[in-house]
Ligand binder design. Structure first.
Ligand code: HEM
Length: 537
């Protein structure tokens, strides 16, 4: 009995202490004009609930306090904005004092000239320098051929392999960017060292800034130092070399082409910015596109058709060019739909540089504003049946110019790498779907919040391109001389037949376009696991 009484008193004591702490924390932040909301525990705030419950936490708070509420997450007092109109306003008004508010660990590791760390005129000229490198002309003339060459080689020899598509797309996003930055250096053994340091740097930026041996933050910081040394060496080698390279570094070193002369420190931070900003976004979108296409055979067939038509009008060694890229309308739709449905970016962070009035509330100087754009991705008015993967909804261009289209941010910080990122993912998908069929090994978990990732990888079995059981009539075989356009190669149909003509069976790659010498063509289509069909057109 006595023990029970002690337990009771302890529990009661804990309850009152907790209630008092929570109350004290609420009072600490009680100020006239602040938005409604709760601040959670001292120091930790509501970070645990936010990370554990993610979107559900946000929705619950919205149900209680509306679209604009206060909280304390990730170590800072924060106002969460879930109102699309307000989100747009915040993104458009950096000049009024709403500057990026990314965590200190991220800014420390990415460098003081990193684009997220600079504002005003410094941001203007760093952004200008970047835009001069990733504009449409550069993508057309310089990047597309490089991306094409890289993807052909990165996606070779996957037949009959068990691969982790998450790992492959991560390597793809990093190495493809490195090739664009420093073409010749990217093919040396240094690129592997660079990549492993870069992965540590990324982990460091999303960790707590605890500078102790063994922490991800310490590793990330060390990785930054190593990367800076590698980049300094490459820059020095370039300066003494007589070779005229055609990559991003060459442009940055030839200051007259960028209009903005950057010093070495700025060049290095700009390169890290470029690698970092395009890395997770491009790799995760590519992985999730493969996942959604696997689960939606109709969309996959449409995509294969688009890419086989491109292949059919080119010679095997012709690279993907600007006209091909521009013709990939359905591919673009797949990428945007993937980005929307998976919510690759949940939102962006800003902080106030002075006390500011927003939406009738007063936000104190130094508070974070979480511009939470996730919910608009599932708005049924903007995207009917929002939880369905439906790339066709993007075929109407208007969606991309909609005021609340914020997949790539908005205002002065709108993503400058959007088209480059889409070009990379499109080229990746081109070689993936025209070369391979695949099935999921199964059982792999996907986490959607706070980042989209497969904690144990996403394993695929890559199958050879042969798809059994296409039936052709004897008339089809007799009347026309058929050629098979299969990935990069063109064969006569006979070479592809495994069974005799008389059995009227051709074992063909499902991703083939059949062309006859008299101009008749035929599309072979078939979903994963479904029987292929032949549509004459
Ligand atoms: C295709 C996938 C991509 C997505 C979904 C994406 C998304 C975004 C978003 C939402 C922002 C706004 C951040 C903010 O307002 O704080 C942003 C900014 C940025 N993105 Fe991307 N991005 C992608 C690809 C790329 C690529 C390939 C690059 C490489 C050049 C890049 C470079 C940047 C940079 C430098 C910024 C900061 C711009 C500034 O602060 O002025 N992004 N991106």
């Amino acid at each position: 009995m006595a023990v029970l009484a002690v337990v009771f008193v302890v529990v009661l004591g804990l309850y009152f202490c907790s209630a008092a702490l929570l109350r004290w924390n609420e009072l600490r932040y009680r100020r006239k004009g602040l938005p409604p909301g709760t601040m959670g525990w001292p120091v930790f705030g509501e970070t645990t609930e936010f990370l554990k419950q993610g979107p559900t936490f946000m929705k619950n708070q919205r149900a209680r306090y509306g679209n604009f509420f206060k909280s304390h997450i990730l170590g800072c007092p924060t106002v969460v904005s879930m109102d699309p109109e307000l989100n747009r306003y915040i993104l458009m008004n950096e000049a009024k004092g709403l500057v990026p508010g990314y965590p200190q660990s991220m800014l420390d590791i990415l460098g003081k000239c990193n684009i997220a760390a600079v504002h005003g005129s410094t941001h203007k000229y760093m952004r200008g320098a970047l835009l001069s490198l990733v504009n449409p002309t550069m993508i057309r003339d310089q990047f597309l051929p490089t991306i094409d060459e890289f993807m052909r080689s990165h996606l070779s020899n996957w037949d009959n392999q068990l691969i982790d598509i998450q790992q492959k797309t991560k390597e793809m996003a990093f190495l493809s960017s490195l090739k664009q930055i420093a073409g010749s250096a990217s093919s040396t053994s240094m690129s592997q060292v660079f990549m492993s340091e870069f992965f540590k740097l990324v982990l460091g930026t999303i960790s707590l800034p605890i500078d102790l041996p063994g922490t991800n933050y310490r590793h990330g910081f060390q990785a930054r130092k190593n990367i800076v040394n590698i980049l300094r060496r490459i820059i020095e080698e370039r300066r003494v070399s007589q070779d005229r390279e055609h990559d991003m570094l060459a442009c940055l070193l030839r200051a007259e082409e960028t209009k903005h002369k950057l010093n070495d420190e700025e060049i290095i931070d700009l390169i890290i910015t470029f690698l970092y900003s395009g890395y997770e976004t491009v790799s995760t979108t590519s992985m999730m596109a493969v996942k959604y296409l696997h689960d939606h055979p109709q969309a996959l067939n449409e995509l294969i058709k688009e890419h086989s038509e491109i292949t059919a009008r080119k010679k095997p060694d012709d690279p993907i060019n600007w006209a091909d890229f521009k013709s990939m309308r359905f591919t673009r739709a797949v990428i945007l739909e993937t980005s929307r449905l998976a919510t690759i970016v949940n939102g962006v962070l800003r902080k106030t540089t002075r006390d500011m009035e927003i939406n009738g509330f007063v936000i104190p100087k130094g508070w974070r504003i979480y511009v939470y754009t996730r919910e608009v991705n599932y708005d049924p008015y903007m995207y009917p049946d929002p939880f369905i993967f439906n790339p066709w909804r993007w075929m109407d261009k208007c969606l991309e110019t909609h005021n609340y289209f914020l997949l790539f941010g908005g205002g002065t910080r709108q993503c400058p790498g959007k088209e480059l990122g889409i070009a990379e993912i499109s080229t990746f998908l081109h070689y993936f779907v025209t070369r391979y069929r695949w099935e999921e090994v199964g059982g792999d978990k996907l986490v959607k919040f706070p980042r989209v990732e497969a904690p144990n990888g996403l394993r695929l079995r890559i199958l050879s391109g042969i798809w059994p059981g296409i039936e052709m009539t004897q008339d089809d075989l007799d009347l026309h001389r058929w050629f098979v356009v299969d990935g990069d190669s063109v064969y006569s149909l006979e070479m592809k037949l495994e069974n005799s003509k008389s059995e009227k069976m051709a074992r063909l790659n499902m991703q083939c376009l059949l062309l006859a010498d008299d101009g008749v063509s035929c599309w072979l289509s078939g979903g994963h696991g479904s029987r292929p069909t032949m549509d004459l057109f």
